[in-house]
Structure formats: C-alpha cells, structure tokens
Design a protein around this ligand. Structure first.
Ligand code: SAH
Length: 228
C-alpha cells in the first residue's frame, strides 16, 4: 500500500489538501480514485489510512498504531563517494532504519556537493525509500560537513570504521550511535587521528578491505541488528 508523508499533523476524519506531487503520483501515475486506500504519515510520525475525496483532497481515516522505527537513534557520517554509490547507501540505510545521514567532505573524497540541487536529490531518494518501506519518519540528510564540524553529530556511542584496525570491537546496544565511513581512498592518517581524538572508537569490520558502500551497509546492518 502506497504511503505519503505530509508536513502537518493529521487527525481522523480530517480533510486535507495533498501536495501536487502526491496528487500527480496517485491520480496520474497510479490512476487511483476514491476507492483506493493509501497511508499518510504525518509530521509527528503518526500513520493513518486515507482516501481521495476529489482531485485535490483526501479524508484521513483510521489511525494505524504502527511504529516501524528503531529504538536507537542511528547517525551515519558517510564520506562523499561516487554519486551512484552514495545514493545507493542513502536508499538502503533509509530502509534499514537510519535516523540521520551526514555527507562528509573527507580529505580524499573526490565527489563534492556544490549546490542545493544535489542535496535536494539525496533528500528525495530518502523520502521515496521511507515511503516504500513504510517508515514513520524520513531520515534527515544534513548539509555536507567538514572535519571541524563532526562533533555536533556525535552520540552516546561513536565509532570510526578503519580498515587498518585489528580490534574487532563489540558494538554494544546503545540509545544513540554514530559511525563514520571513509571515502574510496580511505582516511588519511592525520584525519583518522583527529577523529579518534574526538572520541570515536576505531573498529574493524574484518580482514577484507571493503568498498565504502559495502562497509557502510555492513556497519549499518550490524548496528540495526543490535537495536532490534
Ligand atoms: N584504504 C582502502 C580503501 C578504503 S575503503 C584501500 O586500501 O583500498 C573505504 C572505507 O570503508 C574505509 O575508509 C573504512 O571506513 C571502511 N572499511 C573498509 N574495509 C574495512 C574494514 N575491513 N574494517 C573497517 N572499516 C573498513
């Protein structure tokens, strides 16, 4: 069943105007009418059934007491890597339940995000993935950040995934976790040292050198598994 997010509060029996993109998708793309029930997720993360009443509006029907979010707040600081791989990570991390993704301008990052259009595209990917997997909330995709800005995104537990690390650390359950993944060329020594000195624990994901996107999805899965 199709789900759409609205940026206002919803209540049962309320009549609300739908965005033009939502109306276009429902009426023109899916060719649905008032007989079709879809899901509305409101700005507080509450989910309802709803149905169209005309070409612009819908009625909010039953409240669905569903919480598809994890108990743990997960933040991934993901170094900017090749566009298609970065976008794949946004989509898959959204499905896995990540709360926030921070694009990181690592020293060896080749890709740079120069304009709002790219960020808008990344946020659209997160929105569509959140709709598809029926999340209560859309993950936040922050503006790209530099090394000096990392501290603001730290959590109760913080990890840096480092391929030269030998310690397979036991990633414990926590109410909030932040982890950082390096770019295709890895972290440079000085950058790695500075991140560790901020309080990120260095962890290994095993003896094989994983591609950044593999490491990102592996680490996310490890943490999500702990949070279930
Ligand atoms: N320097 C590597 C490439 C970096 S891989 C090379 O020699 O090819 C990109 C990122 O994935 C790394 O910066 C690290 O964050 C993560 N990563 C890859 N393999 C890892 C491993 N075995 N353990 C921990 N992190 C890993």
């Amino acid at each position: 069943m199709q789900q759409y997010f609205i940026d206002s509060k919803a209540e049962t029996d309320q009549i609300i105007d739908l965005d033009k993109e939502v109306l276009h998708h429902l009426i023109k793309v899916l060719r649905k009418d008032s007989s079709y029930t879809f899901r509305i997720a409101d700005r507080d993360g509450k989910i309802f059934h709803a149905h169209l009443i005309d070409e612009k509006r819908c009625r909010i029907d039953a409240f669905l007491d569903e919480n598809n979010e994890l108990d743990c707040e997960i933040t991934c600081i993901l170094s900017l890597i090749k566009s298609d791989k970065f976008e794949l990570c946004i989509q898959k991390m959204t499905e896995l339940g990540v709360s926030r993704i921070v694009p990181f301008n690592a020293r060896r990052s080749v890709l740079k995000i120069r304009d709002g259009k790219k960020l808008q595209r990344l946020r659209k990917i997160a929105l569509e993935a959140a709709e598809q997997c029926h999340r209560n909330r859309i993950p936040e995709i922050t503006k790209p950040c530099d090394l000096k800005d990392l501290k603001q995104y730290m959590s109760t537990s913080n990890y840096i995934c480092y391929e030269s690390e030998t310690k397979i650390s036991d990633i414990g359950k926590s109410d909030s976790i932040t982890y950082i993944i390096g770019p295709e060329g890895g972290f440079d020594e000085d950058e790695y040292g500075k991140i560790v000195s901020m309080g990120f624990e260095s962890v290994s994901l095993g003896k094989r050198i994983l591609r950044a996107e593999t490491a990102a999805l592996y680490m996310t899965s490890l943490i999500v598994w702990k949070c279930q």
